[in-house]
Design a protein around this ligand. Structure first.
Ligand SMILES: Nc1ncnc2c1ncn2[C@@H]1O[C@H](COP(=O)(O)OP(=O)(O)OP(=O)(O)O)[C@@H](O)[C@H]1O
Length: 424
């Protein structure tokens, strides 16, 4: 009986959808969006007149629809961002669930009934997702299919011999790479448990895999070593620290090395390492920069690397769970254009990282974030790499270590100048 009801409603839905599709209306939500604007108070009263959010353009893409609106005087983009949940839930409050694109995916054979049942079940739980943007007009993108909640590691994500590192995928399936030779530094932020350490591990693995002979790493892991300990014996790791005191020593050493590189590059008349044809790049990767925010000297060195490191080939990946103006000083932020922000708790936190709201409105999905550089902004799902996969990639780069105990610190020396600062 239940199945009959389901299949009858399904066929009814299909017929209605087919009819609407013929008229080009099947997935167009513009009428509904206008009603949501009106019901949620986004239109503005001006005396007797109501100033409405005016639809200027709508366009259908493979992934869904894009609508462009002129917003009324008295409203800001932020007003719309604040109503994003209402907009998304309103759009999903729909009866038409099945469309022709779904039917095209089916194999019309003996298993068709089961396929229809599965499609119906999937459709009942499926949600359209929206994104808001502003370029003078309010842009609402309504995506028919949600961005995957998880994208597993695939060796195709590597781009050998480049500094271009995969950080995520867009809904259209486009791969988003952060090119450290263009945007030298990167801020990563997000609330606890949303994928910061996971992306740091992915970035570190890709740097080693793509540029094994040219990359040099300083890994500062103030979360007790959970993110970076597996890399510390890789030959590419020059300095490794997992406590604030030794982190300052690492930063002092890095600054000295950077000064030498600066002399070899800038003082010899080159604009940067690329122009000087120097292949080596040094990355300082800090997991939980907030733990250094009370250390004036460490913070000054970080700012110096952000300011002068680009010419010298010293790049910074600055990661924090607490994006406040104290943890990310304005001078550091000014020198780090690219940002990757996972879900954060508040609009203020989103603004500290991205200079705009939005990261607080992301769904609670680990790895879901906003990547932004000075040219573009994308909502992405970052790929996830497991510890076993990391291990198999970095194994050929791990070298045997000699241990040398100091009074308060263990210095693990590799080659001539690789040092692990580790308090015991
Ligand atoms: N890109 C991703 N895709 C799918 N799942 C992910 C992704 N990133 C992280 N996760 C899941 O979320 C968990 C927490 O991730 P992670 O340790 O990176 O968070 P975090 O932001 O560093 O948290 P904390 O600040 O508390 O250390 C992981 O163990 C993993 O299960």
């Amino acid at each position: 009986m239940l199945f009959e009801i389901i299949t009858t409603s399904l066929m009814g839905g299909i017929t209605a959808t087919a009819f609407l599709k013929k008229r080009g209306l099947a997935t167009n939500d513009s009428g509904k969006i206008q009603r949501i604007f009106s019901l949620s108070g986004l239109n503005v009263k001006d005396g007797k007149d109501a100033l409405t959010t005016q639809l200027i353009k709508k366009k259908q893409y493979e992934w869904g629809w894009e609508y462009k609106y002129r917003i009324p005087l008295g409203r800001s983009f932020n007003d719309y961002l604040n109503k994003m949940d209402i907009l998304q839930d309103g759009i999903n409050n729909r009866r038409k669930l099945i469309n022709f694109a779904d039917l095209k995916e089916l194999q019309w054979d003996k298993g068709i009934i089961q396929q229809l049942q599965e499609l119906w079940k999937r459709k009942l739980t499926e949600k359209k997702e929206i994104e808001l943007d502003f370029d003078g007009l309010l842009i609402i993108r309504v995506y028919d299919k949600p961005l995957p909640k998880r994208i597993n590691w695939n060796p195709a994500f590597t781009k050998p011999d480049t500094w271009s590192i995969t950080v995520g995928f867009t809904r259209n399936g486009n791969i988003i790479r952060h090119d450290f030779d263009k945007d030298k530094h990167l801020i990563i932020a997000g609330a606890t448990g949303f994928g910061k350490s996971a992306i740091l591990k992915l970035i570190t693995t890709l740097l080693i895999a793509q540029q094994p002979e040219n990359v040099e790493l300083s890994l500062i892991d103030l979360k007790g070593g959970s993110a970076f300990h597996r890399f510390k014996d890789c030959k590419q790791v020059k300095y490794y620290s997992r406590n604030p005191k030794s982190a300052r020593e690492v930063l002092q050493s890095v600054q000295m090395n950077m000064n030498e590189s600066f002399e070899n590059v800038v003082d010899k008349g080159f604009e940067d390492v690329k122009e000087a044809k120097i292949k080596k790049r040094h990355f300082v990767i800090i997991d939980e920069a907030a733990d250094l925010s009370d250390d004036k000297e460490a913070m000054e060195i970080i700012t110096d690397i952000a300011r002068r490191g680009r010419s010298a080939g010293y790049y910074l990946i600055f990661c924090t769970q607490y994006p406040t103006t104290q943890v990310i000083p304005s001078q550091t932020k000014r020198n780090i254009i690219a940002r990757l922000c996972y879900v954060v708790d508040t609009d203020t936190a989103s603004r500290v990282v991205l200079d705009e709201g939005g990261a607080d409105k992301l769904p609670d999905i680990p790895g879901r974030g906003i990547y932004k550089n000075n040219v573009k902004r994308f909502v992405v799902q970052s790929p996830y790499i497991s510890n076993d996969e990391i291990k198999s990639i970095i194994l050929p780069h791990i070298i045997k270590k000699e241990v040398n105990n100091g009074q308060n610190e263990t210095f693990t020396k590799r080659g001539t100048d690789s040092v692990t600062f580790e308090e015991i």
